[in-house]
Ligand binder design. Sequence first.
Ligand code: ATR
Length: 269
Amino acid sequence: MITVYGVIGFPVGHSVSPAMHNAAFEALGMDCTYQAFEVKGERLQEAITGAKCLGFGGLNVTIPHKEAVIKFVKPDPVAAEIGAANTIDFKKMMAFNTDAPAAVDALRDNGVEIAKKNVLVLGAGGAARAVVYGLLKGRASVTIANRTPAKAADLASYMRARGDVFGTSFEGLPDKVRMADIIVNTTPVGMKWEDKPLVTRDMLDKTQAVFDLVYRPVETPLLKEAKAAGAKTVDGVSMLARQGARSFEIWTGVKPPLDVMERSARDAL
Ligand code: ATR
């Protein structure tokens, strides 16, 4: 009998996760399917219970449910500390966060070492929480800069037990960028065609690396600026594929075909 997997979110129609996971199942000859399900907040608990009762293999959880899900499914220690999860495993009935390790995997697989590096994280929302956690675990020194500085300070004080982290505003951003080895954008800036990047080529040089979590468009205005400055770039698809691959392994116990997943995500975008 076919095993069903899926992603729940709202909206979820443009998700590339079905393309990514179905390509992996096909490549490995597994009798499984992965679909996107639109679920509103008030039905989240019912949707999870329903999927469990129907014998689903597992679920990804995306915006806006990543924080709420841990009220209904016990988080593993990492997801509990981050305060958000994106993966439910029905066998263990546990929620995991694969975004945090995927951010680090994306950097490392693209040749960007993070240990002892100064990383400037732009944004202090849900995505930043996972990224900052992953970076600190990888022994980076992190500066969180945010439009609303109080949120950067809050996130930094929450994460301080994990490592060297500091919260600040966007004031004097060019100097903050110049002092960083790696710049990570966790804000949605770049998703809309009219968006002006927060960081421009004049602030960057070829010794730096720039990682944008935005994956639609794949080459964001920020990454264009980084390329123009000769900096190394890591795109959001790189992280998207790696969070998916880690979810796949949690559910199936099978080593995921990461190259197949990443290629299908790029094709779908
Ligand atoms: P996510 O879960 O994707 O991280 P979020 O929790 O809503 O989404 O966080 C969005 C982050 O992007 C916040 O840090 C937000 O800054 P504020 O805390 O000041 O709201 C940041 N952000 C959103 N739009 C932005 C913009 N146009 N310019 C700069 N920062 C922006």
